[in-house]
Design a protein. Structure first.
Ligand SMILES: *Cc1c(COP(=O)(O)O)cnc(C)c1O
Length: 399
């Protein structure tokens, strides 16, 4: 079975008990046993649940491995990885623009328990080499990153880490397995926020951990039950439903994002544009090699005052203002005051995260409506810029 067929058929034969065509929602806490510990493989839904099990099998199949554990959120999945693999004294290397929640988990939870971490520009091989310590246990990478869409060469990082016996975790949330298969590039673990593209409709919070090797997976799988951050059967069913259209949706996200990025790249009110699908993007060549599509997130730095940018993000017809990404409906976000507000301004600047940066999660609407919406929002910014240009030439202009 190929990818698109697996998303629909793998582990999803009709229910033998009833003939139900679609995977049932097994909304039950417990399972009746014939005699103590004699049962059909399910005893209690924290430990195992048939709907969750189906989701885990489908996700594993899509990422091309054997093992998957689903969690109640992306961060719960990440926490299981860190809790399973880190001991006090251990060191983690991660990218300097890692997802804010991951940074907080490393910084406010694990650093306080005696672990340490370094943030480096993972696209810089020398910086990565210098960051390894004898205690380094994990490299945690994201590509493309949020919100600047920087690209890291997964295979290269894996080679550097594996030469030192270090495990590589790839957060594959932004790409999804449609656009990028990290295990083929050497990753040891993949984590997902299924909240984003996998479920795809902005109606679920969920996460997953995937692994090729049982020895790395087992301690994580143990924690799924032992610490209990499991998703509900209904949420698993929603994600299973979302996965059936994953490749159609992601193809459309990719196409719409490319169209939007090309429109923005030529717009006079846009100072900078970040999208790995543009040939001018510094990671374009690597992205082309390791991805089959460039994803649905586009960031831009419009010209204009902070108030003008605030108005731009607040008044869009289709790009509604909100955190999150990866759903069928478009969203816009202003990282400096929203998702990345907890990072001090100085550090944001050091990371190259401009206060004017606006992140778009490009949905699967008709791209022409999305462009119209952006065009209308940018018009006042470009006309203001024209007015400033006129003033600079020494003429007095009244707005
Ligand atoms: C959203 C997100 C997470 C966290 O997932 P939740 O489901 O919100 O807990 C982790 N990594 C990335 C890249 C994300 O976008």
């Amino acid at each position: 079975m190929r990818f698109d067929t697996r998303a629909i058929h793998f582990a999803q034969d009709p229910d033998p008990a009833t003939g139900a065509f679609t995977t049932p929602i097994h909304q039950t806490s417990t399972f009746v046993q014939k005699a103590p510990r004699v049962h059909k493989g399910f005893d209690y839904s924290r430990t195992n649940n048939p709907t969750r099990r189906t989701l885990e099998r489908v996700l594993a199949s899509l990422e091309g491995v054997e093992h998957c554990a689903a969690f109640a959120s992306g961060l719960a999945a990440e926490n299981a990885v860190l809790q399973a693999l880190l001991s006090p004294g251990d060191h983690v290397i991660t990218t300097d623009d890692v997802y804010g929640g991951t940074f907080r988990l490393l910084d406010a939870v694990y650093a306080r328990k005696g672990c340490s971490f370094s943030t480096v520009d993972l696209s810089d091989a020398r910086a990565l080499d210098a960051a390894f310590r004898p205690t380094t246990r994990l490299v945690w990478l994201e590509t493309p990153t949020n919100p600047r869409l920087r690209i890291t060469d997964i295979a290269k990082v894996c080679r550097a880490a594996h030469a030192r016996g270090v495990i590589v975790v790839v957060d594959n949330t932004f790409a999804s397995p449609v656009n990028q298969l990290p295990f083929d590039l050497g990753a040891d673990l993949v984590v997902h926020s299924a909240t984003k593209y996998l479920s795809g409709h902005s109606d679920v919070i969920q996460g997953a951990v995937l692994a090729r090797e049982a020895s790395i997976f087992e301690p994580i799988h143990f924690l799924q039950n032992a610490t209990g951050a499991v998703p509900s059967p209904f949420d698993c069913w929603l994600t299973l439903r979302g996965l059936k259209t994953l490749s159609l949706r992601v193809a459309r996200h990719n196409a719409n994002a490319q169209t939007v990025a090309e429109f923005l790249a030529g717009h006079p009110a846009v100072a900078r544009i970040h999208y790995p699908g543009l040939s001018a993007h510094p990671g374009h060549a690597i992205a082309k090699r390791q991805m089959t599509g460039f994803g649905g997130v586009v960031s831009l730095e419009p010209l204009g005052s902070p108030e003008a940018i605030r108005a731009f993000v607040s008044h869009r017809r289709f790009f509604k203002l909100g955190e999150s990404l990866g759903g069928v409906k478009s969203l816009v976000c202003h990282p400096a005051t929203m998702t990345h507000a907890s990072i001090p301004a100085e550090r944001r600047r050091a990371l190259g995260l401009s206060d004017s940066l606006v992140r778009l999660s490009v949905g699967i609407e008709d791209a022409r409506d999305l462009i119209d919406d952006l065009e209308q929002g940018l018009a006042p910014l470009s006309s203001r810029r024209r007015r400033r240009a006129v003033v600079r030439r020494g003429r007095v202009v009244r707005a």
